[in-house]
Design a protein. Structure first.
Ligand code: NAD
Ligand code: AKB
Length: 317
């Protein structure tokens, strides 16, 4: 990776990925881009930032040529919950943006990372130990774009030799940048509400089990996969990866170890509950472990204790 472009860099993942890439490869070599300015000063001030709409081919060409990009992390997208309220926008941004960035990768001979999601699975997928290769019939617009995206990335690899690689992320938990309108956002919100008000009303059922991961594991996974020996990669787009699996009730119990008075209530949102019910309880990530040595570092107890301390500090500031 010589010059790296990150799309959607103002988002929950991009804001932390861009900083991590700058630390590893050099500040000037990582071009962060988004349609909105990042809220995080560290991201704005630590290297180049360009306003870039992934639906605008002229803007993409300008940035690709100006910076001589050779690696793309394409994160710009509409997430699942917003995608269900605005499916037309989700299709346009997720598919149109991906197509444009794959075309740029083909034309400028770049490798490209594309994040798929547990959302690429559907209600007919086996829910426990969800295999790497299995039935995939997502019923959300987000899921349709993620599964189509995986296939499109495979197509660009097979047809044009573009080095596309990706993972199916679970819900990601972090404290730097707010999540952008997904179904798993509760697992971040709960920490902020626990610290601020010692209570949280959850929009998912108490027993709704989902895969989750603490952000530093997700950042490491992206970088490790892009640096992996290509001869070992059988799957490419996209690898199941997970770190922990819990329900709102289990997470609340873990938070209570630090905030004994913490209370959780439920006001179930049928739209997001239906989405969550169609996603795996826990994925099998053996292929990632075997093909590029994936292993998470954070489990539920370690993630919870770090999140509690970090969110507390954020409020003190
Ligand atoms: P986010 O919503 O926080 O960030 C997405 C960013 O894309 C936003 O900053 C937004 O301004 C930008 N964007 C939207 N439309 C754009 C456009 N037309 N041109 C350029 N930028 C545009 O999302 P995130 O959580 O950082 O997710 C990044 C990627 O990872 C997405 O593809 C998402 O599907 C995937 N993913 C995320 C999670 C998660 O839990 N965060 C889990 C699985 C997969
Ligand atoms: C969402 O809930 O939409 C994302 C995801 C798991 O893809 N967090």
């Amino acid at each position: 990776m010589t010059t790296i472009l990150v799309t959607g860099a103002a988002g929950q993942i991009g804001s932390e990925l861009a900083i991590a890439l700058r630390k590893k490869y050099g500040e000037e070599r990582v071009v962060a881009t988004d349609i909105r300015m990042p809220t995080d000063e560290a991201l704005r001030d630590s290297g180049p930032f360009e306003s870039l709409d992934v639906l605008d081919e002229n803007q993409i060409t300008r940035v690709m040529q100006q910076y001589k990009v050779d690696t793309i992390f394409h994160l710009a997208a509409i997430l699942s919950a917003i995608g269900e309220t605005r499916p037309n926008v989700a299709w346009r941004v997720n598919m149109g943006g991906l197509y444009n960035m794959l075309e740029a990768a083909r034309q400028y001979k770049c490798s490209m990372f594309f994040p798929s999601s547990i959302g690429a699975f559907g209600p007919s997928t086996p829910m426990d130990d969800t295999p790497q290769d299995t039935i995939m019939r997502p019923e959300t617009m987000y899921g349709v774009t993620k599964l189509s995206g995986e296939l499109l990335c495979d197509y660009y690899f097979q047809r044009f030799g573009v080095d596309t690689r990706g993972v199916r992320f679970p819900g990601l938990i972090s404290y730097e940048t707010e999540p952008g309108g997904g179904t798993t956002d509760y697992a971040v919100e709960i920490f902020f509400e626990a610290i601020k008000h010692q209570k949280y009303t959850c929009y998912l059922r108490d027993d709704c089990s989902l895969d989750m991961m603490y952000m530093p594991d997700a950042i490491r996974a992206m970088i490790d996969l892009m640096e992996a020996d290509p001869s070992r990669l059988v799957h490419r787009n996209a690898f199941n990866i997970t770190a922990m699996s819990f329900t709102p009730e289990i997470l609340a119990a873990e938070i209570r170890k630090f905030i004994p008075d913490f209370e959780i209530g439920y006001n179930v949102d049928p739209v997001r509950q239906k989405i969550a019910d169609s996603w795996p309880n826990r994925m099998d990530d053996l292929a990632a472990r075997e093909e590029w040595n994936w292993a998470p570092e954070y489990d539920l107890p370690s993630m919870t204790s770090i999140m509690i301390e970090a969110v507390k500090k954020k409020f003190e500031v």
